[in-house]
Design a protein around this ligand. Structure first.
Ligand SMILES: Cc1cc2nc3c(=O)[nH]c(=O)nc-3n(C[C@H](O)[C@H](O)[C@H](O)COP(=O)(O)O)c2cc1C
Length: 174
């Protein structure tokens, strides 16, 4: 496992220079929400970073059956946490097992903490605090190619898209 020592320092978005295709699509991230009583997390490899409504935003996609969705829908904020390669196995596990069935955060060996009242993990090397602005369930009728819809959603469990303002970016300083 990587080094958890260090502290989180806020990064100005103009200094953000991570490649989203690598950090989300290739390395994956954790979507974490909850409160001081209970939190949950899940792995995500789909999503985006961009600009909308003159704000810097994240786009996060969550299927209805995810336990994490219940937490995201209850709170105003959630975090996106990014890790170094040594956590890939932990992320694979957190993306396979539901928090409904196991105390998966403890089993994955991650240490919950809060930044700006939003849950995240000490082991992360970067944390993005997201404030939900908008959520929308994807619709079958909006797909241009019906075959693609059938391929991606054979069970019709359409993702909810969350557009969230990037409130803060924290980088682990070692
Ligand atoms: C690499 C990877 C990427 C994933 N990406 C997403 C995603 O973007 N959206 C989603 O809803 N589920 C995604 N999942 C599935 C959830 O992480 C998985 O169903 C998880 O067990 C849900 O946990 P929960 O029920 O505790 O929320 C992904 C899983 C893996 C392994």
């Amino acid at each position: 496992m990587g080094n958890i020592n260090g502290y989180f320092k806020q990064q100005d978005i103009k200094d953000f220079n991570s490649n989203p295709f690598n950090i989300i699509g290739k390395d994956w991230m954790l979507v974490t929400a909850g409160n001081f009583d209970k939190i949950n997390t899940m792995t995500a490899s789909w999503g985006g970073l961009g600009v909308l409504w003159a704000k810097n935003v994240t786009f996060t996609f969550i299927r209805p059956q995810r336990f994490t969705k219940e937490f995201v829908d209850t709170e105003e904020t959630y975090s996106l946490c990014f890790f170094d390669q040594s956590y890939k196995k932990a992320l694979a596990y957190l993306g396979e097992v539901s928090g409904r069935d196991e105390n998966k955060i403890e089993k994955a060996g991650l240490t919950p903490m809060f930044l700006d009242n939003t849950p995240c993990f000490e082991e992360a090397n970067m944390v993005i605090i997201c404030k939900i602005l908008y959520h929308q369930v994807q619709e079958a009728s909006s797909f241009i190619d019906g075959e693609f819809d059938k391929k991606m959603y054979p069970s019709k469990d359409y993702h909810t898209m969350y557009v969230s303002e990037i409130e803060k970016i924290y980088i682990k300083e070692r």
